[in-house]
Design a protein around this ligand. Structure first.
Ligand code: ADP
Ligand code: ADP
Length: 227
């Protein structure tokens, strides 16, 4: 459960100060499938970085499952991020010369999961995204859509409750984008909260709720199907 109230975020100081988010209020219940849509520069990535506990903010409150994120020190914040959140980016961010299995295991090297359990979790995740047969290939041997599936497996392997995706289809063609959105939809039906940042109408239309950001403000927040 995400609860954001009166959130403000700016970059720079003095004359160069730029207000990237201004008074953002947002509730995202568990099990949501949400698109955050808006033009380039609207503040989508800034919001996603804050929701992902990757960036701080100067004013307002952010509760993640009743934890007040603002009060957490770096170590606790990293732990919360590790436990609850998975990230998917536009450019996949895989290590291309490493195997699919290694890539899917990667974030778990930063916690204390035993190797055997890491492998098992990564394999389960690869199965979920339909890549069980490809685990020994290197990432560079895969197509764009398959690479994004590996990135999704990597994001869900640690069993997060929320998946944050920043333009996950930005580097993919229309057909492949649709398949990736179908995969997100499947994961959502299995209980995962999925938040997708996109500038693309079709991609946003695959989600159950659409939040539109413009100039750092939410200008619209509605269930899909109601425009
Ligand atoms: P979006 O993801 O919607 O394209 P961003 O959240 O990346 O928008 O950026 C919102 C605004 O904040 C843009 O005008 C961008 O140039 C500015 N911005 C983002 N990051 C920084 C930064 N680190 N320093 C200064 N300005 C930034
Ligand atoms: P995304 O592809 O996620 O929208 P961007 O390309 O907007 O990311 O930004 C990439 C990085 O550059 C981010 O770390 C962001 O904070 C930073 N950034 C974006 N806009 C600016 C800016 N105007 N000045 C300084 N840094 C920026």
């Amino acid at each position: 459960m995400i609860r954001v109230s009166h959130l403000f975020k700016s970059y720079g100081t003095g004359e160069n100060k730029f207000q990237a988010l201004a008074d953002v209020n947002l509730d995202i219940p568990d099990g949501s499938f949400v698109a955050v849509q808006g033009k380039s520069g609207a503040g989508k990535s800034t919001l996603l970085h804050i929701l992902g506990c990757l960036d701080d903010f100067e004013k307002g409150e952010y509760f993640l499952d009743d934890v007040n994120v603002k009060n957490l020190k770096d170590g606790k914040l990293a732990k919360l991020r590790n436990q609850k959140l998975g990230f998917v980016l536009q450019d996949f961010s895989l290590i291309n010369h490493k195997s699919v299995l290694f890539n899917a295991m990667l974030p778990m090297f930063f916690n204390t999961t035993p190797l055997k359990e890491m492998k098992q979790k990564a394999r389960n995740a690869l199965k979920t995204v339909g890549l069980a047969e490809q685990e020994n290939k290197t990432a560079s041997q895969l197509s764009g859509g398959q690479r994004q599936r590996v990135a999704i497996a990597r994001a869900i392997a640690g069993n997060p409750s929320i998946l944050l995706a920043d333009e996950p289809t930005g580097a993919l063609d229309t057909g492949t984008s649709k398949q990736i959105m179908e995969l997100f939809s499947k994961l959502n039906r299995q209980g995962l909260t999925v938040i997708v940042v996109t500038h693309d109408d079709t991609v946003a239309g695959c989600c159950n709720r659409k939040i539109i950001i413009q100039d750092g403000k939410i200008i619209r927040d509605s269930p899909n199907g109601e425009g």
